[in-house]
Design a protein around this ligand. Structure first.
Ligand code: V0D
Length: 258
C-alpha cells in the first residue's frame, strides 16, 4: 500500500512537471538563458566531501539542464563553467575541473548528437590544457550541423577582458581605415565581442545565493531579467529552471506591453 502511494505520488509529480513544460511552451520562452553555476564547493563541504565531488555532481546537472532547455525550445544556453579568476584555485582542483569536459563528452556527446544539440565555447582558449581544448573542439565539430539548442560553455571567460579586446579590435579596424568613428554604435561594438553570433541573454540565472555578476557578460546582460536562487548548483533541478522561466514569463507579461 505504501509503495503504491509512492508510485502514485511520483507519477503525479512528474505529470505536473510535464503540464508545466507544456504551459511554458504555450507562452514566449526566453531565447537565450545564461547560468552562473555556483555552489559546487559549498555543496561538497556540507557533505564533508572534497570540492571536486561537488564539481562532478555539478557536471551531471549540466546534462539534465541541457536536455530540459532543449525540450523547452530555448535556442541558446550559456553556462559559466570556468572564469579567468578560477585559476587561483588549488592546482589539484583546477586539474580536475579541466578533465570534466572530456568526461562529460565521453558520456553525453552521443546523447547531445541524438538530440540535435550544438556545442560551442567562448573564452580564452590559449591557457586551456590541450586535452581539454581537443575534447571541446571535437564536440563542436561533431555537432556543427545540429540546429537545435546551442549549448555554449563560457570557459576561461572574463567580461572586462572581452570588452577590452573588442576595443582593441575596433581600434585596429579604425587604424586600417575599415571603420569610421561615426559608424561605431552599440550594434557594431557588439559584433566585436565573443558573443557576436548570439542574441543577448533574455534571462540570467545564478545559483548559490550570490547576488552579483562576477565579471560575466557585463555588456550583454544590460537588459536581461535576473533570477537568483539559494539552491546550490548540484541541487539545481528541472523544477528550478521551470520556476525561473515562469517568473520570467510573468514579468514579461506584466511589463512587456508598456
Ligand atoms: C565544474 C559546474 C561540464 C561548474 C559544472 C572546464 C564547474 C561542472 C563542462 C563542459 C564544469 C565544458 C565544455 C564542454 C563539455 C562539458 C565543464 C568546466 C567545468 C570547466 F564542451 N561541466 N563542466 N567544464 N563543471
Amino acid at each position: 500500500m505504501l509503495n503504491k502511494m509512492k508510485l502514485w505520488k511520483n507519477q503525479k509529480t512528474s505529470s505536473t512537471l510535464r503540464d508545466k513544460i507544456e504551459q511554458i511552451k504555450s507562452r514566449p520562452v526566453p531565447e537565450h538563458v545564461a547560468i552562473i553555476m555556483d555552489g559546487n564547493g559549498r555543496w561538497a563541504k556540507k557533505r564533508a566531501l572534497p570540492r571536486i565531488a561537488g564539481h562532478h555532481e555539478g557536471m551531471k546537472v549540466v546534462r539534465k539542464t541541457t536536455m530540459l532547455a532543449n525540450d523547452l525550445g530555448i535556442k541558446t544556453l550559456t553556462l559559466y563553467a570556468f572564469s579567468t579568476e578560477n585559476w587561483k584555485r588549488p592546482k589539484n582542483e583546477v586539474d580536475y575541473i579541466m578533465k570534466l569536459p572530456e568526461e562529460f563528452l565521453d558520456t553525453f556527446l552521443p546523447e547531445l548528437v541524438d538530440n540535435n544539440v550544438r556545442v560551442k565555447m567562448m573564452g580564452y582558449k590559449d591557457q586551456l590544457p590541450k586535452h581539454t581544448l581537443r575534447a571541446i573542439e571535437q564536440a563542436m565539430e561533431q555537432t556543427k550541423h545540429n540546429d537545435g539548442l546551442i549549448l555554449n560553455f563560457a570557459l576561461n571567460y572574463g567580461s572586462r577582458a572581452e570588452i577590452l579586446d573588442a576595443v582593441k579590435l575596433v581600434l585596429n579596424d579604425y587604424k586600417d581605415g575599415n571603420l569610421n568613428e561615426n559608424d561605431i554604435n552599440e550594434e557594431v561594438f557588439s559584433s566585436y565581442l565573443m558573443t557576436s553570433e548570439f542574441a543577448d541573454p533574455d534571462l540570467l540565472i545564478r545559483t548559490s545565493g550570490e547576488i552579483r555578476l562576477s565579471n560575466f557578460m557585463l555588456w550583454q546582460l544590460a537588459y536581461s531579467e535576473f533570477w537568483f536562487t539559494e539552491v546550490l548548483w548540484p541541487d539545481f533541478r528541472e523544477e528550478h529552471l521551470i520556476e525561473a522561466i515562469e517568473v520570467y514569463q510573468n514579468r514579461q507579461r506584466r511589463f512587456g506591453g508598456i
